[in-house]
Design a protein. Structure first.
Length: 94
């Protein structure tokens, strides 16, 4: 059976400026969680990705990544926020 992705329809979701600001904070968090898991598994920073040697150039603090590299985490955060709102939840700051 072939996999057919069916993401939540977020096409009608518009994010407020306050929620858009949250995107960058979540993107950094996503990167940190990813990096922490890799490091726990023995990965280290390296010039080029090498799965056999467990080296990855992205194992650096978020602020050291290029904008192109950050865009993957930003898009994940943005789509997660949109999905939360599309499902009818509210995001409020305490």
């Amino acid at each position: 059976m072939a996999y057919s992705p069916k993401p939540i329809d977020t096409s009608q979701v518009e994010l407020s400026p306050e929620i858009l600001e949250l995107t960058e904070l979540l993107a950094e968090h996503i990167h940190d969680v990813w990096a922490q898991e890799r490091m726990k598994d023995g990965w280290q920073v390296g010039e080029k990705r090498d799965d056999d040697k467990k080296l990855h150039p992205g194992l650096v603090p978020y602020h050291e990544l290029s904008d192109r590299e950050k865009d993957y985490d930003r898009e994940t955060a943005l789509q997660s926020l949109k999905a939360i709102l599309a499902l009818g939840y509210k995001i409020e700051k305490k």
